[in-house]
Design a protein around this ligand. Sequence first.
Ligand code: MRU
Length: 351
Amino acid sequence: MKLNIIPVKWADEGVAMLDQRLLPTEEKWLMLRSYNEVADGIRDMVVRGAPAIGVSAAYGVALGAKQFVGTTVADLEEELEYICEVLGATRPTAINLFWAIDRMKRTFAAGRDEGLSVSEIKQRLVDDAKAIHDEDIESQRLIAQFGGELIDNDSTVLTHCNAGALATGGVWGTALGVIRGAVDQGKIVRVIADETRPYLQGSRLTAWELLQDDIPVTLITDNMSGHMMKRGEVQAVVVGSDRIAANGDVANKIGTYMVAVLARRHGIPFYVAAPLSTIDMNCPSGDDIPIEERDRREISHMKDIQLSPDGIGISNYAFDVTPNDLVTAIITEKGIARAPYTESLKKQFEG
Ligand code: MRU
């Protein structure tokens, strides 16, 4: 394994992002030179995946602060309020976005209350955004270590969407972190990647990412997983999450719920890997998680090719919620949480 994919980086001129819209055929980096460009990058899916969105938003706030030309802390505060509003309006489901913005707001408030100057507060914000990024990578490393233990040697693991290095601060990933962790522990692991209609994060990103690390991957269409589970070709399912409610209900890429139901039917463990920054203790259950709905054109067209007739209804929910009773365990940087999640998740924040 090379373990060298980092999709977003802080640079002197702005925030550099690997353009995930072009993968797997083109590896192109974009330089986003303002917080507005970072917001566009998140909205337009240059970067995607909950932890990666959080890291990018933190860098967006830091960049906006760095480019602030005013001279008073009060004016900087007003500007930051606006910057955070713009970044917070990009995508509604991934809680990491709001988690990172809140943390940056607290960093500002601490600097202001300590009586720091505008330039000192700007530096604090840049430093904290970098710390959020470093901590995210460290969390994925621990998730990989804990989660790797749950995977049997010589097994095939199915995953949905892309919850890899590309979807996080980088290196390990969450669900793919668990797989990398198992490989790191010397186990033989093969991966089945659902292609993940309509945005194809599985075929474009997960397959590309695993290929970089020489982990064997087989791509399937989303409707093949039941057949393969029935044939005994899947030993575990591991997915990431965009937001986990306090009761353990898991919002993740559309289609995850279907996979979880199938896994239960076939007695296959269904694991969710996510850092604590993805757990929303203010959200009592999955019913309270806002679900993004995206452009119908993602379904009606494949690039410029029209796939369905004009004049019909099209639903494009980007995420679904898997009820906690279908989740075998939730793997975080603090260890493994099991049902009842209301208690075990709370403990993860205490320990
Ligand atoms: O719409 P996306 O590509 O941002 O959705 C990403 C997912 O659903 C991932 O599975 C989730 O964010 C976990 S990422 C470690």
